[in-house]
Design a binder for this molecule. Structure first.
Ligand SMILES: Cc1cc2nc3c(=O)[nH]c(=O)nc-3n(C[C@H](O)[C@H](O)[C@H](O)COP(=O)(O)OP(=O)(O)OC[C@H]3O[C@@H](n4cnc5c(N)ncnc54)[C@H](O)[C@@H]3O)c2cc1C
Length: 549
């Protein structure tokens, strides 16, 4: 495509991703110096379109960034007023009292929010300060400078044919250059993955770990709705098949976020995370809540779970990784938005100081020090053993051990376990199908549970079909030659959007990739046992269109 010239635009800081991390960085940069040129590029058709975090938000990050957020009309209007934790069995549940839990697990003072709406509001704040925000602009390539530093990104390339050649309406996009480039792509960012590999940033750190989070929004019977109520569950239906659990958050307008997370380090390739979620809704306690209601939206996204010991080095020449591109989720709290905001703020402060000192294109080491030693590091360090203890000893033992560990860390800054390692990455944790049982999942009933494709239509996802498939197979034969006989090709099951299918053609199995269904959760890039799938960004504006997830 050499005949296409790309225009280049120069900025002080180029920010990829209008999530809480990227937007916080943009806001902080302009608060520090209104004359800085700051641009934010977002692949979703609008800010918030790809944000899946119907969330309990700890406002501490926002307090630090915009202390008068209430006066400025931030959409944090539903305070948590009821916090429940249940262990589920198939037919019943046991409530775990709140008092043995360390204070960090308490949700009082937090808010049930649509993070999509919070991001929309943050984008307005950023624009008022003079930040340029371009939604519908996917950043597809990194640009390197003469010294090997990241100098910018290519954004807004549209109209390629399926084979990668320029189509009739081809637009080559723009180069956006910055003194510093911030990658706030969220979990398993495609450019972040390249940066981590190129500069070997994971070296000396534990592998990143992930869960798959799936979520539906339900409108329920007003008589059963309890605005401000938060429930978490563990146990059934996952049992010993996988770690994970559910969340049920009652926001306003009789709406409830019903979500389910499955840890992606499960060994049995026959586990079907989506069907675990559907089955969960048939638990008597959950079914009673949802009965008579209707599901109005669906979405899915991976969530980082490696925590403190898995954070890679987060700076390289010219570039800094923010938020969940690093992995800043506090796993037992299932919260990462506050840390994403703190990280954006810290990166902005480091870049501001560097630019004032006439620096550019180097490593923002001050940012990394602040993340590891400041408020984010303190938050994550206390809970660093919860996930690896769970993976090692199972749910029941880890409730005791993880609980005790959080207490000793909170009270004395000390752990009997030191720092527990995660071991293998999630792809390699998958074992051969022959070692495991098949799992019989009940058929969805169409009332409480739904088949995948019906649910995907509630993510309102869309991809221009004529473009190249953005789910790239390093070896196109491998799904049939290796993954099918060895692992019963788990892509058929781990994808929450039904992208991957095995069909029969001329009496032989064929691997089909329905990339149009993709909801950008990135699970395939993480969990394929042969690590054969790479998720690259499709053209801007494609993907889910979440209303207020
Ligand atoms: C099911 C689920 C439930 C959760 N619940 C909670 C909760 O209750 N409370 C909480 O605090 N946290 C929760 N989290 C975690 C929280 O969502 C993350 O910690 C947070 O989203 C991280 O923010 P971020 O800005 O780093 O990334 P994101 O919020 O993922 O934002 C990244 C943005 O970058 C864009 N982008 C990515 N790549 C590109 C590209 N190449 N070009 C252009 N744009 C790009 C994306 O479209 C997206 O808009 C939950 C996560 C999941 C999956």
């Amino acid at each position: 495509m050499a005949e296409f010239e790309r225009e280049a635009m120069e900025y002080d800081v180029v920010i990829v991703g209008a999530g809480p991390a990227g937007l916080s960085a943009a806001i902080r940069l302009k608060q520090l110096d209104a004359d800085l040129d700051v641009v934010v590029l977002e692949k979703g058709s609008e800010v918030g379109a790809h944000i899946l975090s119907g969330a309990v938000l700890d406002p501490c990050g926002l307090d630090a960034l915009i202390p008068d957020w209430k006066a400025k009309g931030a959409p944090l209007t539903v305070p948590v007023n009821d916090d429940n934790f249940f262990m589920l069995g198939e037919a019943g549940q046991v409530r775990i009292p709140n008092f043995p839990m360390p204070p960090l697990m308490n949700n009082h003072g937090n808010y049930i929010v649509s993070m999509g709406n919070v991001c929309r509001w943050m984008a307005e704040q950023a624009e008022e300060l003079g930040v340029e925000i371009f939604p519908g602009m996917a950043c597809s390539e990194l640009i390197f400078g003469g010294k090997g530093e990241v100098k910018g990104v290519v954004a807004g390339e549209f109209g390629k044919n399926a084979d990668g050649t320029p189509g009739s309406g081809y637009e080559p996009g723009m180069e956006l250059h910055g003194k510093y480039v911030f990658l706030g792509e969220g979990v398993r960012g495609s450019l972040s993955k390249e940066v981590i590999a190129k500069y070997d940033l994971q070296a000396g750190h534990e592998p990143q770990k992930f869960g798959l989070g799936m979520k539906e929004i339900w409108e329920i019977d007003p008589a059963k709705h309890k605005e401000g109520s938060v429930t978490h569950t563990m146990g059934w239906p996952l049992g010993s098949n996988a770690g994970g659990g559910s969340f049920i958050y009652h926001l306003d307008n009789n709406q409830v976020y019903v979500g389910f997370v499955v840890h992606l380090n499960y060994r049995n390739p026959n586990v079907f995370p989506y069907m675990e979620f559907q089955r969960f809704k048939h638990h008597p306690m959950v079914a009673e809540l949802l009965k008579g209601g209707k599901r109005v939206a669906y979405g899915a996204r991976a969530i980082t779970e490696g925590g403190y010991q898995s954070m890679p080095k987060m700076v390289a020449p010219g570039v800094a990784l923010l938020g969940c591109s690093v992995g800043m989720v506090n796993v037992p709290r299932i919260k990462g938005n506050h840390n994403a905001m703190f990280s954006g703020k810290a990166a902005a402060e480091a870049a501001f100081a560097a630019i004032k000192a006439d620096r550019s294109g180097d490593e923002l080491t001050g940012y990394e020090v602040e993340v590891r030693q400041g408020v984010i590091g303190k938050d994550l360090k206390k809970v660093r053993n919860v996930k690896p203890l769970w993976s090692k000893y199972g749910l029941t033992a880890s409730l005791m051990l993880g609980g005790m560990d959080m207490w000793t860390n909170t009270l004395f800054g000390f752990s009997f376990f030191g720092t527990v390692k995660h071991g293998k990455n999630d792809a390699l944790a998958t074992e051969e199908a022959s070692k495991h049982k098949m799992i019989d999942y009940p058929k969805p009933d169409g009332k409480l549970s739904f088949d995948r494709l019906t649910n995907v239509s509630f993510a309102m996802t869309n991809h221009e079909e004529s473009q190249p498939c953005h789910l790239q197979l390093a070896d196109p034969n491998l799904p049939i030659s290796t993954n099918l006989p060895k692992f019963n090709e788990p892509a058929q099951r781990y994808c929450p959007a039904g992208v991957y299918e095995i069909v029969e053609k001329d009496g032989k199995p064929e691997f089909v990739v329905n990339f149009q269904n993709c909801v950008h959760c990135k699970t395939c890039d993480i969990k394929d046992p042969s690590q054969n799938i790479t998720w690259v960004t499709p053209q801007g504006g494609d993907g889910p269109n979440y209303p207020n997830m």
